[in-house]
Design a protein around this ligand. Structure first.
Ligand code: ZN
Length: 351
């Protein structure tokens, strides 16, 4: 998610760029995203940079590579060690690179079973909501002491006082929002949306009087851009904004919380060319089906938000998040995952 993806979503929703909720946050910056071994990062290296403050090679999950291969201390572990509850929420499968960089350590993002094992036996986030399978199993989570749910109804039935919960929704990445809107994915209505998962995670985590760490990934904006689909990108970005809105509603009026909204990298080289007003997709052009090295935005509200300004590096966000440390950190990342090989249903290109 780059600046242009955000602009396009605002034009579609409200008829103007700059109109999404998180764009009203008081402190904003642009962020460089290069990894240790490439000017163009992947999600693993970018998420590790944010999670640990250290650059690693593409494909690496919070492990010192280059370096001695040791485990790098993550924001989730930092807050957990300071008696905060923790949670990871994503619309990609739970073991994909962005959540993995906060809740696991591995030399490769592809070691999905090992990543799931780190969640369940090492870092043990209180809330794990995302797409299922890919290393996560009901039995594995249940054996590790988690209450497991598999659909929206099950999630809605979780007690506010639930302590360790694993939402394993579907068997891969979760559906695109645009596919719900057009009815292509009507069969997927049994699965929760990102904003609903965020709301439920907040309900559970805010029982901790010490505060909490929550990372929420809008994981499919990247996939939309890999397809050069403005429709998919706009709807994913708007749902991401809706998830931030849940957090802002929770945090508004508090003085002990930091909300950061950012992206791991830009995908597609999107350029918005013309505004067609609310309810119409803007004119736009794409330059690549891959990732780019273009700087991405960060939007900040609350404790330490004043530290966000100008041009920063993604590793700087780690320090913004903890020095000094807020009671609660709500971190939103427009991330990405390796695309599923499974074909998706055909989609009409206009409404
Ligand atoms: Zn990608």
């Amino acid at each position: 998610m780059g600046f242009e993806h955000v602009k396009a979503a605002g034009m579609y929703a409200n008829g103007a760029g700059g109109s999404l909720l998180f764009e009203s946050f008081p402190h904003q910056a642009e962020v460089t995203t290069f990894s240790a071994d490439s000017p163009i990062t992947d999600s693993a290296a970018a998420a590790t940079a944010i999670a640990t403050g250290i650059k690693v090679n593409n494909g690496v999950i919070s492990t010192a590579l280059p370096g001695d291969g040791s485990e790098l201390y993550t924001l989730l572990e930092y807050f957990s060690d300071r008696s905060r509850s923790t949670g990871l929420v994503t619309t990609t499968s739970m073991t994909h690179a962005t959540p993995a960089a906060f809740g696991s350590h591995d030399s490769s993002r592809n070691n999905l079973k090992a990543i799931a094992n780190d969640y369940l036996t090492q870092t043990r986030p209180n809330v794990l909501f995302g797409g299922g399978d890919n290393g996560m199993t009901y039995d594995g989570a249940a054996t590790a002491g988690y209450t497991v749910v598999s659909d929206r109804t099950g999630m809605a039935g979780l007690a506010d006082t639930a302590h360790m919960v694993s939402g394993q929704f579907g068997s891969d990445n979760m559906p695109f929002e645009y596919d719900y809107f057009t009815g292509i994915s009507s069969g997927y209505d049994i699965l929760p949306h990102l904003s609903e998962m965020t709301r439920t995670a907040l309900d559970i985590l805010d029982n901790d009087v010490d505060g909490f760490f929550l990372m929420v990934e809008g994981g499919r904006i990247d996939h939309a851009a890999h397809e050069n689909s403005l429709e998919l990108s706009v709807f994913e970005t708007l749902e991401f904004n809706a998830a931030v809105s849940e957090a802002f509603s929770w945090a508004e009026g508090r003085n002990d919380t930091l909300i950061l909204v950012t992206s791991d990298h830009e995908t597609g080289g999107l350029e918005v060319l013309g505004n067609n007003g609310p309810g119409s997709f803007p004119d736009a052009a794409w330059s690549t089906f891959g990732h780019t090295g273009i700087n991405v935005p960060v939007y900040a509200w609350g404790d330490n938000a004043v530290l966000v300004s100008g041009v920063m590096d993604n590793t700087d966000l780690y320090h913004v998040a903890i020095v000094p440390e807020p009671a609660s950190l709500l971190l939103f990342i427009a991330g990405g995952a390796i695309l599923a090989s499974r074909p998706r249903p055909a989609r009409k290109n206009s409404l």
